[in-house]
Design a protein around this ligand. Sequence first.
Ligand SMILES: [Zn+2]
Length: 326
Amino acid sequence: MWDRIIGKLRRIGNDAIFYTGFFADNRLKDTQHTILMYHGIDRIGGTDFNRRHTGKDDFVRHVKFLKKHCHIISLHDFFQKKFLSGKPNIALTFDDGYRNNYLYAKPILEEAKAFGTFYITGLNTSVDDILWADYLNIASTLTNLTISIYGEKFAQKNGNYHSLDSDKNLYSIIKDERANYEYKQLMMEAFVDIPDFKKDHAFDDYWKLMSDEEITQCGNSKYIEVGSHGFLHNNLGTISLDLATKEMRDSKNYLENLTQNGIVSIGYPDGSYTRATLDAGEKLGFLYQTAAEGFLFTEDETDSRIRDRKGIYSCDSCANDLMINL
Ligand SMILES: [Zn+2]
């Protein structure tokens, strides 16, 4: 009860600081340097459809706030500890290589002269050309089927697919137990008779990935750094080291070929890595590696090859969501 009241008061306070700017400079400590993790930037925002995306208007407000009360620096400068004094230093990263990053985030960043790193997979070249999580989100809103994967049946409960055997959420099963690409493909194939949402442009913001040409254009921008997000978006800490190394190498080659630039940054999909993938990544030339929502190993704290990131998600208050991460 008290937790809820205190949480609510904190949210009101955070919103007030964000929208008015009052006390922002007192609230933010100049040593509080942070790498923020965004995903998609969509036109509408605030949707229950996909919490990973941030609304375009909210993102414009975020950038304005950060420009005023923080220093937005490049990921390169962040890792090199080239921090500017007086305010917190913030690096912006965007996961998954959505087309909406090219359409909305890129021009907003360029206009504000703010740096950002887009972590991009090679999935747009695959037959599926979609992230499994987006497919599952969209399928969950469009259908109410009973599906079967390896004989295990799943049906909807509270808007999500759950196993009829174990009651586990399909999303969690894939994230935590079935990291391999084959299972994700089987999941997507299990939704037979689903409406062809890929042909409906109203859905584009929620799944469409950047094309090769768009990735090249991002690479040409003074303010955008292109980084790797693995090739197939598998959790690199869960699959074998050989496969993880192959994914990192394939992704690096693919993006370097498109951008004609060295790709030196990697954001681990789902924040999944091991100490061995850090070494393998370094050998491949990934100088700057990032976790998500917390380091996985205590040694990482003092390992200059990897930094943590804090996620921004579309929720009931995007202002609060930014402020609690600063
Ligand atoms: Zn991702």
